[in-house]
Design a protein. Structure first.
Length: 603
């Protein structure tokens, strides 16, 4: 059945690519054939196949059978054999936000019978002296607020080789033997105690399960940009994840956080060597998560995503610029995977997954190349011969407008069709009530489609630039995340996007000059690019988020009924605000378990 689903999805994408190519041939060859037309057809086929692949995942989630809950083991019988370390790697993050989330998860676990099976470890790679001082101070506050059953530890590396993957690897080498399981989080992760326990039950029930991934929902969104992203992740992502789970099977994904791993499986499989050569294609692997999933599978371990697991959360960027900065690192990491396609012993599907990750970013410059090729195509078109035969009447070029519209509608349908179907399913199944009712879901879906259509040409430019930077050897590094975000003024947005504005202007001028028939076709792409600073700035303000809220747009279940873990974090912060930072001389950390290895600075 798994082979059938995979074959069906690949064949579906191939059929769409062939159909798009056939229509494109009729449109592009209407004025005669030349080499630019063949380039455009190839680009059209590649991008159509990629869009169809995404649609196949959404459709697979919609039409597949209901996800069956996997087996669960009794933790009462497991005892300390199920001891789990909750790892929270940080890198110049806001320690108050991260540590309060850690305390909230500890208190949530304390409400279960299995709190004694968990320890929390803050693994710092921070380099900023001010942030380091705050981490050490806030850790004392965290330690004083921890339930008695759960240990809390802090360790900062003085050498942050390998970034996050190196930090996790260092923990495994030093302390992995103490913990059969590890729950790997991000600095902004938040998970219900019951969810963590449920993950542990599923790991215990399947001895071959090496990694169990959850689907994190986005919370704490304050701006229009973030709220649209939050709504999309809440309504659409679960269905796409169901489709992904069905097609990947035991060769599932690892997204780097909100996932539980079996420590011995991770230790024996996931040592990541530095790639030869200098960054961006060499050096430490940035997108380590998919590589680690492939290495686990190579050793025979199951890697699985369970889309039914609720209570897993994260925060997202609050504006388009912070999103683009994060996306730049992912782009470099995914393009590094080109060098791993021929790595020995990997499963074929894991290699295909690497290709999907590469295509996720290559598709943007392919679209740009398609647009440029379409604008310059008239320069290379053969001269029109109205009298190819002296015995026949004049033959005029055909206007294939209907076919062009068909191609455009088909591409648009693949992009927005799954979203509309998911919204319809939510209304018919009653799930829409959790989002405020079907009417609100329908309006929010339309608003999200319009917004994502406006934002897509801007995202296309940022991704295209990222790909070109990597190709030309520019290393993006590993910048720290700004999850709190900031309101961008128009001047800041313009400085970050002036080149996008210029591209939009040149697109319209070029099309008007070289290909007037394309002018109005390209306006939906060039228009948003020209007003990019306005869109970026306006969507980054808390006022835009409040406007969306008052219009009842982008509501999510987590907003309408705040999760228990979020309320717990609010209570923790309220307590901490009353007594900001514990005096170092009064509160000394406990020295049980592995205290010597968790000093304030550990090389």
């Amino acid at each position: 059945m798994l082979a059938f689903r995979r074959t069906f999805s690949i064949v579906f994408a191939a059929i769409i690519a062939i159909a798009a190519s056939r229509i494109a041939m009729d449109v592009f060859f209407a004025d005669g054939a030349d080499w630019v037309d063949f380039v455009r057809i190839a680009l059209c086929a590649a991008t159509a196949a990629w869009i169809a692949w995404g649609a196949a995942l959404g459709i697979g989630g919609l039409i597949g059978r209901r996800f069956k809950t996997p087996p669960r083991a009794s933790l009462a019988e497991s005892g300390q054999a199920a001891k789990t370390a909750i790892l929270i790697p940080v890198y110049n993050e806001d320690p108050r936000a991260t540590f309060s989330s850690a305390a909230a998860m500890a208190h949530s676990l304390a409400q279960t019978p299995y709190a004694g099976l968990f320890d929390i470890a803050i693994l710092s790679d921070s380099r900023d002296p001010e942030v380091i001082a705050q981490e050490e101070a806030w850790f004392l506050t965290l330690h004083a607020d921890m339930p008695r059953e759960i240990g809390a530890f802090y360790r900062r590396r003085t050498d942050n080789t390998g970034k996050k993957a190196g930090n996790i690897g260092d923990f495994v080498r030093r302390h992995g033997a103490r913990y059969p399981y590890m729950l790997i989080l991000d600095a902004d992760s938040l998970m219900e105690g019951e969810t963590i326990v449920e993950m542990l039950r599923r790991m215990e029930a399947e001895p071959r399960l090496g990694l169990l991934q959850t689907l994190p929902k986005i919370i704490a969104s304050k701006t229009w940009f973030a709220r649209a992203l939050q709504f999309s992740a809440g309504l659409f992502s679960p269905m796409f994840t169901r489709g992904l789970a069905r097609i990947q099977g035991e060769e599932g994904p690892f997204w780097g956080h909100n996932a539980m791993v079996r420590t011995n499986a991770f230790a024996e499989s996931c040592g990541l060597p530095a790639l030869s050569g200098a960054p961006p294609f060499g050096g430490h692997i940035l997108s380590h998560d998919y590589v680690e999933a492939a290495l686990l599978r190579r050793q025979g371990w199951i890697v699985r995503v369970d889309p039914d697991l609720e209570g897993s959360y994260e925060e997202g960027p609050q504006n388009a610029i912070d999103y683009a900065k994060r996306d730049r690192r992912w782009c470099q990491g995914n393009l590094q995977h080109i060098r791993l396609l021929t790595a020995p012993g990997l499963h074929g599907w894991n290699r295909f997954t690497f290709l999907q990750g590469v295509m996720a970013y290559i598709s943007s410059p392919l679209w740009m190349a398609f647009i440029v090729a379409s604008i310059v195509a008239p320069l290379f078109a053969p001269a029109i011969d109205y009298f190819p035969s002296p015995y026949l009447p004049a033959i005029f070029p055909r206007a294939e407008t209907a076919l062009a519209v068909t191609l455009l509608v088909g591409v648009g349908g693949l992009l927005i069709g799954p979203k509309l179907l998911i919204a319809l399913r939510a209304g018919l199944s009653g799930e829409a009530r959790r989002f405020g009712g079907f009417f609100r879901v329908f309006l929010s879906t339309l608003a999200e489609i319009i917004w994502s259509s406006l934002l897509a040409p801007i995202t296309l430019m940022y991704q295209s630039r990222s790909v070109m930077q990597v190709i030309f050897g520019m290393d993006g590094g590993w910048p720290s995340s700004d999850r709190e975000g900031q309101t961008l003024k128009f001047g800041e947005a313009f400085r970050a996007s002036w080149w996008i504005v210029l591209t939009g202007i040149l697109t319209l001028v070029g099309s008007w000059t070289l290909a007037p028939d394309l002018f109005w076709w390209l306006t939906p792409i060039a228009g948003p690019q020209i007003i990019a600073p306005l869109l970026i700035a306006a969507s980054s303000s808390p006022a835009s988020g409040r406007f969306a809220y008052h219009c009842q747009l982008f509501r999510t279940p987590e907003e309408l009924a705040r999760p228990a873990i979020v309320r717990e974090r609010d209570r923790v912060l309220a307590r901490w605000n009353e007594r900001p930072v514990v005096d170092r001389e009064i509160a000394a950390p406990r020295t049980d378990a592995i205290e010597p290895a968790y000093s304030a600075a550990q090389g």
